[in-house]
Design a protein around this ligand. Structure first.
Ligand SMILES: [Zn+2]
Length: 442
């Protein structure tokens, strides 16, 4: 304590000032603390002033643009989703009609953005000048929001708005202690990413037999950023695994696939079909489908296969079960994460044979097909997403054993050299070398 008495008045002032600064920083770091402590009671929904963020959105294509109600005199209730919250509870708390929620769930059937309702997600309920519920806004992450807007007939239209994002990279580094799996998890990779590492290098290295304690690996992880905020999306950019004198590599190229140093693909292949037999396609993928009666956009984000109830459904790639749902319109369904770039989705199932978080292999039976949810007859609705966007599973460029096209070889090699340098010289987890050289990554 005697040391404190020796402080000059100047010291005391500067101490007090820095204390105030630290306090201010702490307060500024938790701008949403009131929302976080909010309990599910109607009086605590927090009114917002004007809807001022509309102008910030970019990338709204003409087809995505739908009429949004005039918010000039509207009332908006915002709410951060807490664990245990349900949409029914939130609608009841906000005195919004449950009939509207049903119509919103119907509009969301082709997207499932409300399912599951992830804690921490920011919701906004808009009421028009006549105090009638008119829109639900869901901030999925700092770059993406979904708006369900009421139409004249009482139905709701889905609209997704996305800001431009960029990717910054960090290097995760580790030494093999025990299994590659445990070692890679320790270094900060997700389970789905570890599986992807296993797939990308597994053709060249037998992880069980060949790896020794002390072997080293480096992985460049890309983080998607909206301005200075992370969206939470990550992907593997490059891997190096050194075993004795030999190092094995995989590099992600702009097409989302992975290649070795010679430009030969090492991306794990996917099955084209999620069933053993090839069933008739009863409804094709159509991103631009217009509803024949309403004339509104009604995309079909997958392919419908005419499977009788009870047909074995197979995972089309190695991955981790990300979500199991039971939706009033989509029925029982499964989402699988195949390492970040690729995800698959299987709808209207009769029986689900896997648990959330389980690892599955390509070709593994995960469910029996059915007719659950809003379904006009027994079928399997199957979706394939690349970088978060649905593509036609029947025609998409699914990873197959190919090489970098001639025309791209020079570009691939430049990127490869950059990544090699980063993996060799970056020394710690926090070493965001690549973030300072954005030209290295797309
Ligand atoms: Zn379908």
């Amino acid at each position: 304590m005697s040391a404190i008495r020796t402080f000059s008045p100047l010291h005391k002032v500067s101490l007090a000032v820095s204390g105030l600064i630290i306090l201010a920083i702490c307060l500024a770091s938790f701008p949403t603390s009131s929302a976080l402590t909010e309990t599910p009671a109607p009086a605590q929904a927090i009114p917002l002033a004007a809807d001022a963020d509309e102008a910030q959105d970019s990338n709204i294509s003409a087809t995505d643009k739908v009429p949004v109600p005039d918010h000039s005199e509207t009332r908006i209730l915002t709410r951060r989703v807490q664990p245990g919250d349900t949409l029914i509870g939130i609608f009841n708390d906000s005195k919004a009609p449950l009939a509207d929620l049903r119509n919103i769930m119907e509009a969301d059937a082709d997207y499932l953005s409300l399912d599951p309702l992830v804690p921490g997600t920011e919701l906004a309920l808009t009421f028009d000048t006549e105090n009638r519920f008119s829109a639900l806004t869901l901030q999925l992450d700092p770059a993406r929001k979904v708006i369900f807007s009421r139409q004249e007939d009482g139905s709701f239209i889905y609209e997704k708005r996305e800001q431009d994002t960029s990717w910054v990279s960090e290097v995760l580094r580790g030494t093999i202690q025990g299994s590659l799996y445990a070692s890679a998890l320790r270094s900060g990779l997700t389970r789905a990413q570890v599986l992807l590492v296993d797939q990308l290098l597994g053709g060249r290295v037998n992880f069980r037999k060949d790896l020794r304690a002390g072997d080293e690996f480096a992985v460049i992880i890309g983080h998607e950023m909206a301005g200075k905020q992370s969206t939470g999306s990550t992907r593997i950019e490059a891997i190096a695994l050194t075993r004795g004198p030999k190092t094995h590599y995989a590099f992600r190229f702009d097409d989302g696939n992975y290649y070795d140093t010679n430009g030969e693909s090492v991306t794990p292949a996917f099955l084209r079909w999620p069933t053993r037999k090839h069933f008739r396609v009863s409804s094709r993928f159509n991103h631009n489908r217009i509803h024949p009666i309403t004339g509104r956009p009604a995309p079909h984000n997958g392919v419908d296969l005419a499977t009788p109830v009870g047909t074995p459904v197979l995972s089309t790639g190695d991955g981790v079960i990300r979500h199991i749902g039971n939706h009033p319109y989509a029925g029982k369904y499964i989402d699988i994460d195949h390492g970040g770039t690729h995800t698959t989705r299987y709808l209207h199932l009769n029986k689900i044979l896997v648990k959330k978080g389980a690892q599955v292999q390509r070709g593994q039976q995960i469910a029996l097909s059915g007719n659950t949810g809003r379904s006009t007859g027994p079928h399997l609705h199957f979706e394939f997403h690349i970088n978060g966007r649905p593509v036609d599973p029947m025609t998409a460029d699914i990873p197959t054993a190919t090489a970098i096209p001639e025309a791209d070889i020079a570009r691939f090699n430049r990127k490869l050299e950059d990544q090699l340098a980063v993996m060799e010289y970056a020394t710690s987890r926090s070493d965001l070398v690549v973030a300072k050289a954005p030209s290295l990554f797309d």
